[in-house]
Design a protein. Structure first.
Length: 242
C-alpha cells in the first residue's frame, strides 16, 4: 500500500495546487499562485491525474485487484499408500488407473489332429470322404456329412476330387498352414472338381471348411494318372475356438 499512498498524495496535492488562487509557501520559498500561471496550472492538473491513475494501477494489479478477489483453492495434500516409502505419494486429485476388460476366449482355431492318413480306394464310380472324422465310404451318397467326393472309373467320368457337403473347397498351400490361413484360402481360392492328372503328390493341397464349420488341410500324398486308381491324403483338422 506504500506506493499507492505515495502516488495518491502526489496526485491530490497537484490537483489542489492547480485550483488555488493564492501564493503557496514551502519552507522559506514563496511560490506564485498557479492560477496566475495558466501553463503551470494545466501541468499540475495533468500531473495530479497521472499520479492518481498510477496509484489506481498499483492498487488493482499489485495490491490485490479483481484477479485476486477470489481465494485460491488449496491444493489437496499428496497421499501415500499405507506402507509406501516417502516420495511415492500421488496427488489426491489423480484419477485411479483403470484397466481394460480382460481378454475373451482365445481367437482362432485349435488343432484336432495332424497329417492323418486317409486312403481312398479305387472304385467303380464314387467314394465319399468325411474330413471331420475322418472316414471314407464307397458309393454315391453313402456317407452322411461327407465333405469331399472322389469319382473314378471310365463309367462315371474322369478321376477327380471335388467338394460335396463342405461349406468351402479351395486350393491350399503345399506346406501345412495355420487354421486361420487355411480358412482364408478355402474362401478365397474356391475350386471346382480337380482331375487326378492335374495333381502332384506332395505339392497339391486343398483347404476345406467342413459341414461342421471345422477347417481341414488336405494334402495329396499319392496319386495315379491311370484311370480307376484311388488317392492317398494327409489331413489336418482344426476346430474353431468358441
Amino acid at each position: 500500500m506504500g506506493w499507492v499512498a505515495l502516488f495518491c498524495g502526489i496526485g491530490l496535492a497537484c490537483l489542489i495546487c492547480a485550483t488555488l488562487n493564492k501564493e503557496i509557501q514551502i519552507w522559506e520559498i514563496v511560490l506564485p499562485s498557479p492560477a496566475s500561471i495558466p501553463r503551470a496550472r494545466v501541468l499540475l492538473a495533468a500531473l495530479g491525474v497521472l499520479s492518481l491513475a498510477i496509484a489506481g494501477v498499483f492498487f488493482v494489479y499489485r495490491e490485490g485487484g479483481p484477479a485476486s478477489t477470489q481465494a485460491a483453492t488449496p491444493t489437496p495434500p499428496a497421499t501415500s499408500a499405507p506402507g509406501a516409502p516417502p516420495g511415492s505419494a500421488k496427488p489426491a486429485s489423480a484419477a485411479p488407473a483403470t484397466t481394460g476388460a480382460g481378454p475373451g476366449p482365445a481367437a482362432g482355431y485349435t488343432r484336432s489332429f495332424s497329417r492323418t492318413r486317409v486312403t481312398v480306394p479305387a472304385v467303380n464310380c464314387f467314394a465319399e470322404i468325411d474330413l471331420d472324422t475322418p472316414a471314407v465310404a464307397e458309393g454315391l451318397n453313402s456317407l452322411p456329412g461327407a465333405d469331399l467326393r472322389f469319382g473314378a472309373g471310365s463309367i462315371c467320368g474322369p478321376d477327380q476330387l471335388q467338394g460335396q457337403e463342405s461349406k468351402f473347397f479351395g486350393h491350399g498351400p503345399a506346406a501345412e498352414p495355420t487354421g486361420a490361413e487355411c480358412a482364408g484360402a478355402a474362401r478365397a481360392q474356391a475350386s471346382g472338381p480337380v482331375l487326378n492328372r492335374a495333381m502332384t503328390a506332395g505339392e497339391t493341397a486343398f483347404c476345406v471348411i467342413t459341414d461342421q464349420e471345422n477347417v481341414a488341410w488336405v494334402q495329396v500324398t499319392e496319386v495315379s494318372r491311370e484311370t480307376g486308381h484311388g488317392l492317398a491324403l494327409a489331413v489336418t483338422l482344426w476346430t474353431p475356438n468358441s
